[in-house]
Design a protein around this ligand. Structure first.
Ligand code: 2PG
Ligand code: MG
Length: 426
């Protein structure tokens, strides 16, 4: 018997940054349930699905009562009786209810919570974990990319770069990979403790960037890796989310923390030097979202030795991914379900990246909760890499721990090979 949606209920819950967000629970005729919570980003691409907020005085304008009401009053009636296993059909109903390109009417936070809850309900109805519902026989586990030092919009712009992350390169299993990451995290913590008392964490659980310049964080991270006995660039490498849209204006790059403004060429030279001097294997959004010329130039210059990842630049949009691939901008897509607004559209973006011969990174947001959907999507879609912030704070470890559970259930699988195998220590 085809199982159908019998209830779609929304409520307001809270995220890791003290902000309200939308939780949706979907129930089916055969008694199954799926639940999901919308994440929220701090540094957002202008083309991503709208994070609908109420405005006004309450909660700094960030309340989500309208988005919650949109689910219960407008989306729920349209989905009742729909086969829960028909994800494309359900997502098409959401598209039809709000055909605006950025879901500015219903809110991407409303649609993504509904779409993910439907996915989990459909998996439950099929008697499967969500990852297995998406992929009955995974052959590998996505490699973790983990923040160690925060920055940018996640740390009050104390430095300009947003994420100083590590990728465990030599580890072959998730358990070993996260152990390497934790060794580095603890090691970097000891370095910050030696330097002074300003030891705190940024939004995604990485260390507060108590440094004077962007490059100092790179040096500390490299030192932190080396002090563990792991070889920088061979066992553990660095990945940067530069999030350059946050400080690019009209092709000029404003490094506020260093009081410098650089034109395109000078900025590219700075980043290329970081890649030459430190064991960096990936750069995300090295150029602003409105500077495709720089994104192509970066890809051209370093694409053979580093992942050039598009986040704000691509906003999980299949058409933008295809266009970027056609012009040689980026070689990797960051995939965020709330940028796209539905599971189906996100899956299409992932497929578009694959079709272009790119690597893929499924990513969480800076505003997160205990929701572990991204771990399931990453395994279910066979992503190369999973990015969920640091290896601290429960909203982050919830995802890593879910990945460990999935791997355990599968009897232990190899990690997906990182596309860049190593970069020599310089
Ligand atoms: C990003 C994410 C995660 P935010 O830019 O990739 O680090 O940040 O959710 O704030 O957009
Ligand atoms: Mg990013």
């Amino acid at each position: 018997m085809t199982d159908v949606v019998t209830a779609v209920h929304a409520r307001r819950v809270w995220d890791s940054r003290g902000r309200p967000t939308v939780e949706v629970e979907v129930s089916t005729r055969l008694g199954h349930r799926g639940r999901a919570i919308a994440p929220a980003g701090a540094s957002r691409g202008s083309g991503e699905a709208t994070d609908l907020r109420d405005g006004g005085a309450r909660l700094g304008g960030l309340d989500v009562r309208r988005a919650v009401a949109n689910v219960t009053e407008r989306i729920a009636p349209a989905l009742l009786g729909h086969p829960v296993g028909d994800q494309p059909g359900i997502d098409a109903v959401l598209d039809a209810l709000d055909p605006s390109p950025t879901r500015s009417d219903l809110g991407g936070n409303a649609t993504v919570a509904v779409s993910l809850a439907v996915l989990h309900a459909a998996a439950a109805s099929a008697g499967l974990s969500t990852w297995r519902y998406l992929n009955p026989r995974p052959t590998r586990i996505p490699r973790p990319q983990v923040q160690v030092i925060g920055g940018g919009a996640h740390a009050a712009r104390r430095v300009d770069l947003q994420d100083f992350m590590v990728v465990p390169l030599s580890a072959t299993r998730i358990d070993e990979a996260l152990e390497h990451v934790a060794e580095v995290y603890l090691s970097v913590g000891r370095i910050f403790a030696e330097r002074g008392p300003a030891l705190g964490v940024a939004d995604e659980g990485g260390f507060w960037p108590a440094v004077a310049r962007n490059e100092e964080a790179l040096a500390i991270l490299t030192d932190g890796i080396g002090r563990t006995g792991l070889v920088p660039g061979v066992d553990v490498a660095i990945s940067l989310d530069i999030a350059a849209s946050e400080f690019e204006r009209d092709g000029r790059y404003h490094l506020a923390s260093e009081d410098r403004v650089l034109d395109r060429d000078a900025w590219r030279a700075v980043v290329e030097r970081w890649l030459a001097d430190y064991p960096v294997v990936a750069v995300e959004d090295p150029a602003g979202e409105h500077d495709p010329e720089s994104m192509r130039a970066f890809t051209d210059a370093v694409g053979d030795r580093a992942l050039v990842v598009g986040d704000d630049f691509l906003v999980t949009d299949p058409a933008r991914i295809e266009a970027a691939a056609a012009t040689g901008a980026c070689n990797t897509a960051l995939i965020k379900v709330n940028q796209a607004g539905t599971v189906t559209r996100t899956a299409r973006a992932h497929q578009a990246a694959r079709a272009a011969g790119w690597s893929t990174i499924v990513s969480a947001r800076s505003g997160e909760t205990e929701d572990v959907s991204v771990a399931h999507l990453a395994v279910g879609w066979d992503a190369d890499v999973l990015k969920v912030g640091s290896i601290t704070r429960s909203e982050r470890t919830a995802k890593w721990n879910e990945l460990i559970r999935i791997d355990d259930e599968l009897g232990g699988l190899p990690l997906a090979p990182f596309p860049i195998r190593s970069v020599a220590r310089r």
